[in-house]
Design a protein around this ligand. Sequence first.
Ligand code: URA
Length: 225
Amino acid sequence: MPIEDRGDAYLITHAMAKDTLSRLRDVETEQVGFRKGLVKLGRLCGYEIIDGRMETEYVAIETPLEETMGERVKGLEDVVIINVLRAATPFVEGLLKAFPRARQGVISASRDEHAGRDDSGRFPITVDYVKLPEIRPEDTVIVADPMLATGSTMCAVLEHVIETAPDPEHLIVLSAVSAPDGLLRVGEEFPEVDLLTVAIDDYLDDDGYIVPGLGDAGDRAFRTT
Ligand code: URA
């Protein structure tokens, strides 16, 4: 089964997704390998979403030899991908290979790491920029962020998305690595969301990093510190 129900989330279990994530986790994977790995993982996840969440329909096709029936994926035009800046950028590049006609939105949201976590373990979130396309009821909306840690950023992002699109056909949050706390929080605050991830890791450290995780995905992809 390509997408497995794990209670708090659905796990993408494709062998190449697991292989690619293991390379991303490796501290020896340098910037170019890391960025390419995120692109590859985005593409693989995109195909798994098509396989596990979208329908196909039979269509008549004329081959060079005769008429036959073929199967086509329905609704590939009705996809919106939301890039949560900045670590999602290479991940979204990969998703676009699976959904080349997707409309795209961008949300810049980041946690204030200097302020630290509050008593409930949450970081204050600043949302600097929101640009969303029209989102229609028939759309599959994929909100992409490779790391779902405390869930603070994702909850802030989802508030904006739901304000624009109260009831799309599918509302998917896609991450590469998730922490149990983040999944729980997003699941509780947004029960309508379909949470898809490649791995559910063990815990968050005091700085809000996922352990074992893969470090800071943005820094590793963009070679910043
Ligand atoms: N963001 C990251 O890039 N890594 C983490 O572990 C948590 C949030």
